[in-house]
Design a protein around this ligand. Structure first.
Ligand code: AMP
Length: 207
């Protein structure tokens, strides 16, 4: 299956994408993780991306689009993928559509996690605290200042994608405020509705 996870920062996209990827046996492609790896390497592109990310802004479409298109063309993604954090702009969505069309492939669904803004800051602060307690590096953009910019970027640049995919008949929205397991079950329930084949092949049983 070829899926996109859509939702604001802190909505739980990464957690849910990992669960879906495991159950469906397809790779989770997180552009945030890809970019953090590029930053860690210290390349010129990484240095440019580092400050943009720390401020909470979006890095340029050119940088992200090429990395994603390369990943989805790899053999590991032949039977599908879950895009986590991509697309985030209409330009990225159109570039993805074009690439899939050229490869005569299509998306199965766009799964949107809806979470009210007031909860997101709490979640981000919790995530930073957990990372610190586990001795992990706290993300440079998991702080209130950067979150404000990330939310603005989401509202102005990414939120319009919900309409874009709704018009294409691909959008499925789930309440991201429910407990994690319930969100997962609801996402699988949405996927089961897609095709009878999906229901019988991979998606039997509950989480
Ligand atoms: P995430 O891990 O998905 O929260 O992404 C962390 C940061 O990486 C974002 O705030 C952006 O700065 C950058 N980023 C991740 N994905 C994209 C994307 N598709 N387009 C532009 N910037 C991105």
């Amino acid at each position: 299956m070829r899926l996109i996870m859509l939702g604001p920062p802190g909505a739980g996209k990464g957690t849910q994408a990992a669960r879906l990827a495991e159950r469906l046996g397809v790779p989770q492609l997180s552009t945030g993780d890809m970019l953090r790896a590029v930053v860690a390497k210290g390349s010129l592109v990484g240095l440019a991306a580092r400050d943009v990310m720390a401020r909470g802004e979006l890095v340029g479409d050119d940088i992200v689009v090429n990395s994603v298109l390369e990943c989805i063309a790899e053999p590991g993604a032949a039977s599908g993928f879950i895009l986590d954090g991509f697309p985030r702009t209409l330009g990225q969505a159109r570039a993805l559509d074009e690439a899939l069309e050229q490869a005569r492939l299509g998306l199965d669904a766009v799964l949107e996690l809806k979470v009210v803004e007031a909860v997101l800051l709490d979640r981000i602060i919790y995530r930073a605290r957990e990372a610190k307690a586990a001795g992990q590096r706290v993300r440079s953009d998991d702080n209130p200042e950067a979150l404000k910019v990330r939310l603005e970027a989401y509202q102005t640049q990414t939120q319009p994608l919900a309409d874009y995919y709704r018009t294409a008949g691909l959008l499925h929205t789930v309440d991201g405020l429910m407990p994690i397991d319930q969100v997962t079950s609801s996402l699988f329930a949405e996927l089961r509705l897609l095709t009878p084949v999906a229901g019988s092949l991979h998606l039997t049983g509950d989480i």
